[in-house]
Design a protein around this ligand. Structure first.
Ligand code: NAP
Length: 283
């Protein structure tokens, strides 16, 4: 089958989003709050800012030192909530341990929560109501639809139960009428579940966790993980040397790492920011 390379889809989406921004009376504006100097976070934030520029929306980083006091971040979020000129607010995770991640995430107004992580947005998603939705799960559904991969009625296995990947993704798959199983580190007989699944989403965070032998023919494999191998190269959970066998012999669809889900996450973030601005202008 095929490698589900997201790059073409992303560049198509950039063009589409640019024209949606042109139709707005005011440019959307995204603020990213970053705390400390985590290397990976710095890279993710830079990618997000770059995409904002490409699409033509305003963006700004508020960067605090790693020892910033909770009250300072709190006050910043509350001020951004009130600021009419700000469309979306994102607190780049992880943040240092002395800060209360759940509390600060939930201080962001639901409407401006472009990551879809607040209790309000996650709750609405679970009830099947309209909400902002976590960007990685959103991107996975968009990617599957773009490649015309059937979701309705399919047996989907998600190997991850985190709040940012597994839980919201399960809700989105249910909405699309898939049959969903969530696996995690305490799951028994994982391999048996993998071979019974039509779509397997893996976000374990371990290089070479899955090999070609683990899958039946024609499986669609969505590899969310961002790992770095012993040579410092980015890779997912699925062993890279097995890509060829999976795609050409076992006729599987597979998202590569890089250029798969990660690309989708960023573009969905931008799209969600634009959606918030469009909704505001309709009100
Ligand atoms: P996380 O919270 O650590 O989740 C890892 C999940 O894997 C947990 O549910 C864990 O189970 C499960 N797990 C660990 N070992 C397992 C095993 N042996 N068998 C089955 N399940 C196992 O991490 P996360 O924040 O969700 O991120 C996961 C990965 O996705 C990371 O590599 C991250 O970098 C990547 N990611 C990528 C994007 C993107 O845009 N591409 C976005 C978000 C995250 P327990 O719950 O029992 O611990």
């Amino acid at each position: 089958m095929t490698l589900l390379d997201a790059r073409k889809l992303v560049s198509k989406k950039v063009d589409e989003l640019k024209s949606r921004v042109d139709k707005l009376s005011k440019k959307p504006s995204l603020v990213i709050i970053r705390v400390g100097d985590d290397f990976a976070s710095g890279k993710y934030v830079a990618n997000k800012i770059k995409k904002c520029d490409e699409v033509g929306i305003d963006s700004k980083i508020i960067h605090f030192d790693g020892d910033v006091k909770q009250e300072v971040v709190e006050e910043t979020i509350l001020n951004l909530n009130k600021d009419e000129d700000i469309t979306g607010i994102l607190l780049q995770l992880p943040i240092p341990k002395h800060l209360d991640e759940d509390y600060l995430t939930n201080l962001i107004e639901d409407e401006k929560d472009v990551d879809g992580f607040t209790i309000g947005n996650m709750g609405k998603l679970s009830l099947g109501l309209e909400s902002n939705v976590a960007c990685t799960p959103r991107g996975i559904i968009t990617l599957l639809k773009e490649f015309n991969i059937e979701i309705e009625g399919q047996d989907v296995l998600i190997i991850n139960r985190s709040n940012i990947v597994g839980k919201p993704l399960a809700q989105l798959f249910l909405k699309e009428n898939a049959t969903v199983t969530i696996a995690h580190s305490k799951t028994k007989n994982l391999k048996e579940k993998i071979v019974l699944s039509d779509i397997v989403v893996t976000a374990v965070g371990k290089a070479n966790f899955l090999r070609a032998d683990d899958f039946k023919n024609n499986t669609t494999i969505i590899d969310v993980s961002i790992n770095f191998n012993e040579l410092g190269k980015m890779c997912g959970d699925v062993a890279k040397e097995d890509y060829d066998v999976l795609v050409n012999e076992k006729q599987c669809n597979l998202t590569p790492v890089p250029n798969g889900v990660g690309q989708m996450t960023v573009i969905e973030l931008i799209e969600q920011t634009i959606e918030i601005a469009e909704k505001r202008e309709r009100i």
